[in-house]
Write a protein that binds this ligand. Structure first.
Ligand code: KG4
Ligand code: ZN
Length: 340
């Protein structure tokens, strides 16, 4: 339990570094990238450049906060994919060079795997971790999956989106309503003062445990477009109600299949992970369903929901224990992920 692991995350638009001692988080530094706000989404080329600027200061800060020297590190864990290739290259190249210099092993981590394993990151106040097997609803900007987690690296995706991810549904709604990127946190905030029953939107009829969010986007677009014809101030006057109604619809869609998955598998330990798992409405829904169905619910702490390196480091620690090290000639992958 004494090994110090450095985690590096650079798959999208957050540059993050964390130091863990075993599973205990000593630091988790995250540098976001404001540059994308004005474009209403992540611009890959700008993301790579910002990672290049941020990576050394972020790693420095993570080591300083953890109060350790770089030569105390036992291994370096980094996100290999999926994500933006240019962004991943920054973290991967840095990890290779740093591991080589320090003469320590490096461990490659799948981003979606890491989002789930963040539930094993501990600190003074968080010591309880889920027992295997558990279900995890992983909801981020690029993925929406229901995963049966049988062991740290034995995961089965039993449901996934066939088009947009849940995070995209939040982000695209924000764009329609003229709200800034990323849309999730803004919609979450406005939803708190809105009426979730004010508007109703089409819900998908998708078989099994799969999801679809592209129809919802179209439904929102039509509602807004039709109302703007008679009232040019429609969005302004109904912003909070629109946000609350959209958020409720997304959560209903997500929870519906999660309940189905729990019933089908008989698994009652249920977790959420990924950026959208920061959503306060989703927290409330998980706690309510936990009561109703006697689930043991796991919700990540806020800074562990969106992209962070603590999740990469904790996943790295478990791989380190298995002795599964990455070779210096590996390259990042943009798409491949769990089960592929
Ligand atoms: O996991 P993440 O940080 O990056 C990816 O791996 O994609 O997830 C980012 C997504 C974005 O779509 C963002 O709008 C969403 O997470 N998000 C939220 C909230 N905070 C971030 N969605 C809903 N409510 C939130 N509070
Ligand atoms: Zn993510």
């Amino acid at each position: 339990m004494n090994e110090y692991i450095l985690g590096i995350e650079s798959s999208c638009d957050d540059t993050s570094a964390a130091v863990l001692q075993g599973t205990r988080v000593l630091s988790n530094v995250i540098a976001g990238q404001k540059v994308h706000e004005q474009y209403g989404g992540v611009v890959p080329e700008l993301a790579s450049r910002a990672h290049q600027q941020n990576i050394i200061p972020v790693i420095d800060a993570a080591l300083k906060t953890a109060k350790i020297e770089k030569n105390q590190l036992s291994a370096i864990a980094f996100t290999r994919g999926p994500g933006l290739l240019g962004s991943l290259l920054v973290g991967t190249s840095f990890a290779k060079a740093f591991a080589q210099t320090l003469d320590i092993p490096m461990v490659e981590i799948d981003h979606m795997n890491a989002h789930i394993l963040v539930h094993f990151a501990t600190d003074e106040t968080h010591t309880e971790v889920p027992d295997f097997p558990f279900l995890c609803l992983t909801v981020s900007g690029g993925h929406t999956q229901i995963v049966v987690v049988k062991d740290y690296f034995d995961m089965e995706v039993i449901g996934k989106t066939i088009d947009d991810a849940a995070g995209e549904a939040f982000d695209k709604t924000a764009k329609i309503l003229g709200l800034p990127y990323p849309g999730g946190p803004v919609i979450d905030k406005l939803a708190k003062i809105g009426n979730p029953e004010a508007f109703s939107f089409a819900k998908p009829q998708i078989p099994d445990l799969d999801y679809s969010f592209s129809g919802l986007k179209t439904s929102i677009l039509y509602t807004v477009r039709d109302n703007l014809k008679t009232n040019p101030n429609f969005i302004e006057e109904n912003k909070a109600d629109l946000c609350a109604s959209v958020q409720k619809t997304i959560i209903d869609i997500l929870m519906n299949k999660l309940v189905k998955a729990s019933k089908q598998t008989g698994i009652k330990t249920v977790a959420i992970a990924g950026g959208v798992s920061a959503n306060s409405g989703l927290h409330d829904a998980m706690l309510a369903l936990g009561e109703k169905y006697h689930w043991k619910v796991f919700i990540p702490r806020l800074s562990y929901s969106t992209d962070n390196a603590a999740m990469v480091a904790v996943a790295g620690y478990f791989k380190f224990l298995k002795g599964e090290f990455a070779s210096q000639d590996l390259v990042p992958y943009a798409r491949q992920s769990l089960n592929q």
